[in-house]
Design a protein around this ligand. Structure first.
Ligand SMILES: [Fe+2]
Length: 224
């Protein structure tokens, strides 16, 4: 955790700590009131994470009920498809233009629900059951601020998230990050599903292609 946090992040954490189970409206208003910009977090950013970590993850603040991360995305960086486990409330603030997919589970089958872009300054609601994938398909480094909260005494914050690997028909449960190549030692459980939605799979392969090219060559390869 970072000790010399910007004052605005300290203020944000203080306000969130003082309010039980904040809803999305409260989170959006509190973030708007704090008035911070990506520029004010630039000095905390680092984009040279190891290539087996599919995006950069920096813990800014942590308490029993609240975690705040700054995520750093170099071109080609993507999460895997994941939910947020035992997170009860939270949100993501975009500092840059993200590629974003939202999924749903219908009769235990994963479906692509929306391909809405997630752009500069937007705030997205985050709860444990949100299944999504986000990343940087652009040419410049971008950042996002992630807030995860839980007010339940019997649920550890942000634990037991599920990460989906449609190309392997596999879903794992982990307390770790949603990297595309999830470290084996972070896997708590894994299971396999019978079939994969074709549209979802093609879309997913297209996205992770950018990441695979980066892992192999050090940078994403463009077709034009
Ligand atoms: Fe997420």
């Amino acid at each position: 955790m970072i000790t010399n946090l910007p004052l605005k992040i300290k203020k944000l954490a203080r306000e969130l700590e003082a309010f039980d189970s904040p809803d999305f409206d409260f989170l959006k208003k509190t973030i708007a009131k704090t008035e911070f910009s990506g520029k004010e977090l630039d000095h905390l950013a680092s984009f040279n994470h190891p290539s087996d970590q599919s995006y950069g993850r920096h813990l800014l603040y942590e308490s029993r009920r609240l975690k705040i991360f700054l995520m750093c995305w170099a071109p080609g960086d993507f999460t895997a498809i994941h939910d947020h486990g035992q997170t009860q409330w939270g949100c993501v603030v975009a500092f840059g233009n993200f590629t974003h997919r939202v999924y749903s589970l219908e009769d235990s089958r994963l479906k692509l629900k929306s391909v809405d872009p997630f752009g500069e300054g937007q705030v997205a609601c985050l709860t444990g059951d949100l299944i999504h994938m986000m990343g940087n398909a652009g040419d410049n480094n971008i950042m996002s601020l992630h807030i995860y909260g839980s007010d339940s005494n019997n649920k550890s914050l942000a634990k037991r998230s599920r990460v989906y690997f449609p190309e392997k028909r596999k879903v794992i449960t982990t307390n770790g990050p949603a990297f595309l190549n999830c470290p084996e030692d972070t896997i708590l459980e894994q299971e396999y599903f019978d079939s994969v939605d074709k549209d979802l799979l093609l879309d997913y392969l297209n996205l992770i292609k950018l990441r695979s090219e980066k892992t192999l060559t050090g940078y994403p390869v463009r077709s034009n």
